[in-house]
Design a protein around this ligand. Structure first.
Ligand code: FES
Length: 121
């Protein structure tokens, strides 16, 4: 039986639920007819898209071209910190609206993502 050591740490607020590290996450590709896939937690968003044919556009995969610009419509709090490379392509307002560069973003919880479809030629 495990026992918590009381007195050494402040008690958690009653509403807080322990958020154990999740092994897998769900990613919904809204611009791809809402296709939903499961991936290991802390996976790179572009890598998930490539592996599962999610459809997020890309070119360089290294944070340079800006092609993988996408918007985290749900679960922005489940993405990791914005990288300096992303700030070259995204304004503060873009970031506030949930835009990220898929190749620079890691996912640690369920998200839904959309992007600008490629213009038809
Ligand atoms: S694919 Fe080029 S910046 Fe992400």
């Amino acid at each position: 039986m495990t026992q918590e050591t009381l007195g050494t740490a402040p008690a958690a607020p009653p509403t807080a639920t322990p958020t154990a590290e999740r092994a897998t996450v769900e990613v919904t590709f809204l611009t791809n007819a809402g296709k939903t896939v499961t991936a290991p937690s802390n996976s790179n968003l572009l890598r998930i898209s490539l592996r599962e044919q999610g459809g997020i556009p890309f070119k360089c995969g290294g944070g340079i071209c800006g092609t993988c610009r996408c918007r985290i419509e749900q679960g922005l709090e489940h993405t990791d910190a914005v990288k300096p490379k992303e700030r070259k392509h995204l304004s503060e307002q873009d970031l506030a609206e949930g835009y990220r560069m898929a190749c620079q973003t890691f996912v640690n919880g369920d998200i839904a993502v959309s992007w600008e479809p490629k213009p038809a030629r």
